[in-house]
Design a protein around this ligand. Structure first.
Ligand code: F6P
Ligand code: MN
Length: 330
């Protein structure tokens, strides 16, 4: 029902699952609260000094803004006490984050990117928080326990801080989106059972890497650029927002192909986007909305992770276009 509060929606979903304890429902409500707090800081922007660089680099060697650090702190502090988690992994922390001993432990692991697309902070474009929830094999998890393929995710989502603040969620039963109503102070259901159109005439890629791509991707993009003149049945349009949350949200709303492919410069690293807290949650959402997500050679959700900050090539979105790129890799 449109306009329904997130908590009510989640509890209705929970009642459909026999034996559900409500722990996942509570966890998702706590994540929503954390995202509201991060969204508040994002909106305050320069007024709270949030746009200043802090002079440090994160584990990925990227320059950190105060907002990166603040978002990570908010997320950790909002989630560690809840009793629903056995451990966490963040883009901003080299090692896994244990639950402090003074708090109870729960049965889930949480992997997150507290502020995705953070290169967009100073230019006031959409950024967001991405998260993935896995079952915890025990209540004192080690790094290896986080290395589960994406097919094991029990829920995933992202919150986009754009012109409106929107939470996109899946628990493996379709995809729904909730818009933050600031007057009510809650996320309300605005987009139910989102489906990605199978066909699209829109692609998103960082074109400046053209000469570094592998041959199959160069072929695909060159054909899109040539459009009807090059033998495709249609002409294509291009977008690049440099913010995965915004890009995936667009794909969910009107279709499209989004890719950060392998390229010569990224070979050493394995790709650009991180598997555990970017590629896996987004792939789960995209598949649940009827789309497809692949590295070109493998379904992303089936990759056996080897490290918590592992990177992979990503090609996701409208099914027929992703399938075409995959066929070029064969
Ligand atoms: O987190 C990585 C990220 O910021 C994504 O959100 C985005 O898609 C990509 O990097 C942008 O990369 P580039 O700066 O190469 O365009
Ligand atoms: Mn990111």
């Amino acid at each position: 029902m449109k306009g329904q509060r997130l908590a009510q929606f989640l509890s209705q979903e929970q009642r459909k699952i026999p034996g559900a304890t409500g722990e996942l429902t509570m966890l998702l409500n706590d994540i929503a609260a954390a995202c509201k707090a991060i969204g508040h800081e994002v909106n305050r922007g320069a007024l709270a000094g949030n746009l200043e660089t802090v002079g440090s680099e994160n584990v990925q060697g990227e320059v950190q803004k105060k907002l990166d650090v603040v978002s990570n702190e908010i997320f950790i502090r909002s989630m560690e006490w809840t009793g629903h988690l056995a451990g966490m992994a963040s883009e901003e922390n080299e090692e896994i984050i244990p639950i402090p001993s003074k708090y109870p432990r729960g049965k889930y692991l949480l992997c997150f990117d507290p502020l995705d697309g953070s290169g967009n902070i100073e230019v006031n474009l959409s950024i967001g928080t991405i998260f993935s929830i896995l079952p915890a094999p025990n209540d004192n998890p080690k790094t290896e326990d986080f290395l589960q393929p994406g097919t094991r995710q029990v829920a995933a989502g992202f919150c986009i801080y754009g012109p409106t603040t929107i939470m996109v969620l899946t628990t493996g039963n379709g995809v729904n989106a909730f818009t933050l109503d600031r007057d009510v102070g809650d996320f309300l259901l605005t987009h139910s059972n989102i489906r990605i159109p199978e066909d699209t005439a829109e692609f998103a890629i960082n074109m400046s890497n053209h000469r570094f791509w592998e041959e199959p991707m160069r072929r695909y993009i060159d054909e899109c650029v040539k459009g009807k003149a090059g033998g495709r049945e249609k002409d294509f349009n291009m977008r690049w927002l440099a913010s995965m949350v915004a890009e995936v949200y667009r794909v969910l709303m009107r279709g499209g192909l989004f890719t950060y492919p392998m390229d010569e410069k990224l070979k050493q690293k394995g790709g650009r986007l991180r598997l555990l807290y970017e590629a896996n949650p987004m792939s789960f959402i995209v598949e649940q909305a009827g789309g497809m997500a692949s590295t070109g050679r493998q379904r992303i959700l089936e990759i056996q992770p080897t490290g918590i900050h592992q990177r992979v090539p990503v090609i996701l979105g409208s099914r027929n276009e992703v399938a075409r790129v995959v066929s070029y890799h064969q």
